[in-house]
Design a protein around this ligand. Structure first.
Ligand code: BTN
Length: 323
C-alpha cells in the first residue's frame, strides 16, 4: 500500500524531511493525494509534521502492539505460533490457564494492553496500567513438577537477554526471576502450573515488563522501588519490537532447557545480581539471612549463614541487604 511505502520512506529518513513533491513524483500521485495518505497515517497515531517548503517529517510512532508485525517477523519454532492480543483483561495468566486446560497448543501467547486484576508472585497484585508488556505463554515441558522452577529461571534468562539486546540496558536477574536494572525492579515473572504427581500438564509463564507506563499510576511504595525502560532510556520503546525479541529469546532458551538444562543455569548465573551478596530470604515460614552462595541444579537458592552452614531456599522473596 502506498501509505505503508510513504511510512517506510519517512522512517528511513529518520528525523529528516521528505518532500511532498518528491513523494508525488515517486508514486505518480498529486500532492493532495499524498496529503490524504499522510492524514491516514496521522489517524493511526503517527505524528507527522508538515512544513510548507520542506515536506513531511516523522516525529513519533504510535505506541501500539501490532500482532501483524509480530507474526510477520517471527520465525520461531514453538513460541508465538499463535498470538492473541486483548485490549483489556483481568489477567493474561488467568486466560492462559483456562486456554491451556481447554487444550490450547503449546507456545500460545496471550498479550494484553492492560489488566484489571494482574497477579504478582506470592499472592500480590501486579498493577497493570497501559504502556507496558503483559503476556502469558503456555508450555508443556516433559518434566516432573519438581523441575518447574527451571522453566521460570529460563524465562528470566530470556527476558533479561531480550531487554539487553533490544535496548542495550544491563538487565539483571534477582533470584528467582525478578528483572532489575540497577537496584530498581523492571519486571517480574509469575509461573503457574497444572500437574499430576509425576508430570506437568501445562505451565503458564506470565511476564510483566515496565516499558512506557506513566509511573504515577503506581502506588508510591511500588513506584519508588520500580523503573521502566522509558525512564531508563529517556525515550519511548517500541513494544512490538521488544515483544518480538522476547518471544525469540523464549523460543531459543526453552529449546536449550529441553536439551541441556545446565546451559540455562550457566546463563542465569552470568546475569544474576544475587549471588555473592548479603541477602534476607523470607520463605513461607521463616526468614534466613546470609550470603547468597549459588543455585542448585533445580534452581533453589543456597545461602551461607554466618555460622558457615548452608541452607537451601525453594521459594519466597529475597531482599539484597545494602552495604
Ligand atoms: C512478580 O510479582 O514479580 C510477578 C509479576 C508477573 C506479572 C505478569 S503480567 C502478565 C501475567 N499476568 C498476570 O496476571 N501476571 C503476569
Amino acid at each position: 500500500m502506498i501509505k505503508d511505502e510513504i511510512l517506510r520512506l519517512l522512517i528511513k529518513s529518520k528525523q529528516g524531511y521528505v518532500s511532498g513533491a518528491g513523494l508525488a513524483k515517486r508514486f505518480r500521485l498529486t500532492r493532495s493525494a499524498i496529503w490524504k495518505h499522510i492524514k491516514i497515517l496521522a489517524k493511526e497515531g503517527y505524528s507527522i509534521e508538515a512544513a510548507p517548503s520542506k515536506g513531511y517529517r516523522l516525529m513519533g510512532i504510535p505506541d501500539i502492539i501490532s500482532i501483524a508485525d509480530m507474526e510477520r517477523a517471527l520465525k520461531t519454532k514453538l513460541v508465538g505460533r499463535k498470538i492473541e492480543l486483548l485490549a483489556e483483561t483481568e489477567s493474561t495468566n488467568i486466560l492462559a490457564m483456562e486456554a491451556a486446560a481447554r487444550g490450547a497448543p503449546e507456545g500460545t501467547v496471550i498479550v494484553a494492553e492492560t489488566q484489571t486484576a494482574g497477579k504478582g508472585r506470592l499472592g500480590r497484585q501486579w498493577v497493570s496500567p497501559r504502556g507496558n508488556i503483559y503476556m502469558s505463554i503456555i508450555l508443556r515441558p516433559p518434566f516432573p513438577p519438581h523441575k518447574a522452577p527451571l522453566v521460570t529461571l529460563m524465562a528470566a534468562v530470556a527476558a533479561a537477554s531480550a531487554i539487553r539486546k533490544y535496548t542495550g540496558l544491563r538487565a539483571e536477574i534477582k533470584w528467582p526471576n525478578d528483572i532489575f536494572i540497577g537496584d530498581k525492579k523492571l519486571g517480574g515473572i509469575l509461573t503457574e502450573m497444572s500437574a499430576e504427581p509425576d508430570r506437568v500438564r501445562h505451565i503458564v509463564l506470565g511476564i510483566g515488563i515496565n516499558v512506557n507506563m506513566d509511573m504515577s499510576f503506581l502506588p508510591q511504595d511500588v513506584a519508588e522501588a520500580a523503573t521502566s525502560l522509558m525512564k531508563e532510556k529517556s525515550e519511548r520503546i517500541d513494544r512490538t519490537g521488544l515483544l518480538i525479541e522476547l518471544l525469540r529469546e523464549l523460543d531459543k532458551w526453552y529449546d536449550v532447557l529441553l536439551k541441556k538444562e545446565a546451559l540455562v543455569l550457566d546463563e542465569w548465573n552470568g546475569m544474576n545480581m544475587t549471588i555473592g551478596r548479603r541477602v534476607v530470604a523470607a520463605g513461607l515460614s521463616e526468614k534466613i539471612e546470609g550470603v547468597a552462595h549459588g543455585i542448585d541444579h533445580e534452581g533453589k537458592l543456597i545461602i551461607r549463614l554466618d555460622d558457615g552452614s548452608l541452607r537451601t531456599v525453594a521459594a519466597g522473596d529475597v531482599t539484597i541487604v545494602k552495604k
